[in-house]
Design a protein around this ligand. Structure first.
Ligand code: SF4
Length: 354
């Protein structure tokens, strides 16, 4: 339990810093529109603000309210999302928009439970929408908040364990200024993002410098503590762009793997790297079709795509063939229509280079 005097100095210092020093401007800050707040929070999860801002503006221009987003064809929304990664966020965004539009008449639920019942909304997003749009006394706990609290209060329980997370969530709830939750939440998130940064925090500009245990004990670099090292899985993806009469073969990815619902060319995944000679041989692709007369247009250099838990090593082979052979699961599409589809960033990066 946080002692009352902690609570008072913490929220007083934070509020003063926010009103006097914090000049971080964002289009969704200080507004009460739950649609815009929700959109910005979903886009900014695992995305840098500089990158997310352009996406946020494009989404608001294209879908100014939740009904327009709910009515949009899924592919169009995925296309707008293209490049942001973590496509499950986009799937959940579409699902939640439909629920709000159809079942709630376009109105966001104004309670924590109601918000949590929507797809893709967890404790953090519910607290952000609940406090910013509806003034609910809910403390946001994101990476920025975990870092500030761990450092100021010198907490060394790992933040990625259930016990550590719970302790910090309880602390955040206790420190929250329940009279002004929106202001408090915005202030602590901004402080973490702009002052108490993961590396080289600006302690000289921090309102907590004289109370911060990490600063006092020289443990800034050690806090917050994380117990797990992220395990990396290496995968080898080989794509074949097969082209015939102005069309290419594509399919939509299904199943539980990465990039669900995005489009791709003919994919062969292997356990080991494959050399260029093999990539150029028709038999490597194992297409269940007899050898076609093909013209090799290009073979890309290796493209490396880093995801949170996976490293994708990829090469892309581009062939032209005379006939439009049938390959199960793939369909021929005009190249101009293919440009309207949403592809993984790995592929669009390659497409912009050719
Ligand atoms: S004094 Fe430094 S480490 Fe402590 S909260 Fe402020 S910026 Fe973070």
């Amino acid at each position: 339990m946080v002692e009352k005097q902690h609570k008072v100095w913490f929220s007083k210092a934070l509020k003063k810093w926010h009103l006097v020093e914090n000049n971080r401007e964002m289009p969704w800050k200080g507004i009460k529109d739950p649609y815009k707040i929700w959109l910005s929070e979903i886009i900014l999860q695992q995305t840098r603000v500089e990158q997310g801002l352009a996406y946020y503006n494009r989404f608001i221009d294209t879908y100014p309210d939740v009904h327009s987003l709910a009515k949009a064809p899924d592919n169009q929304v995925f296309k707008l999302w293209e490049g942001l990664g973590y496509y499950s966020r986009c799937r959940n965004l579409i699902k939640a928009a439909k629920t709000i539009s159809i079942e709630h008449d376009g109105l966001f639920p104004a309670s924590k439970e109601g918000l949590l019942a929507l797809s893709g909304i967890g404790n953090y997003t519910a607290a952000a929408i609940g406090s910013f749009a509806f003034g609910l006394p809910l403390a946001v706990v994101d990476g920025n908040v975990l870092r500030v609290l761990s450092r100021v209060f010198g907490i060394s329980t790992p933040v990625d364990t259930p016990a550590g997370r719970k302790a910090l969530e309880q602390l955040a709830e206790q420190l929250l200024d329940k009279k002004e939750p929106a202001l408090y939440n915005q202030a602590i998130m901004d402080l973490g993002a702009t002052v108490c940064k993961p590396r080289q925090p600006l302690c000289g500009a921090c309102p907590f410098q004289h109370k911060c245990l990490a600063f006092e004990t020289g443990k800034i670099d050690q806090l917050p503590v994380k117990s797990k090292k992220i395990k990396q899985r290496e995968r080898f993806f080989y794509y074949l762009i097969l082209e015939s009469k102005g069309k290419q073969l594509v399919r939509q990815r299904k199943g539980k793997d990465i990039w669900q619902d995005l489009f791709e060319f003919i994919l062969k995944e292997t356990d080991e790297p494959v050399d260029e000679k093999e990539l150029k041989s028709w038999s490597f692709w194992n297409l269940g079709a007899k050898k076609e007369k093909t013209t090799l247009l290009s073979v890309s250099a290796e493209l490396v795509h880093q995801l949170t838990h996976q490293k994708i090593r990829c090469r892309i082979v581009h062939l032209r063939c005379a006939s439009s052979l049938k390959i199960e699961g793939y369909q021929w599409m005009d190249i101009s229509s293919i440009q309207q589809l949403a592809f993984p960033r790995l592929i669009t990066r390659y497409q912009t280079t050719i």
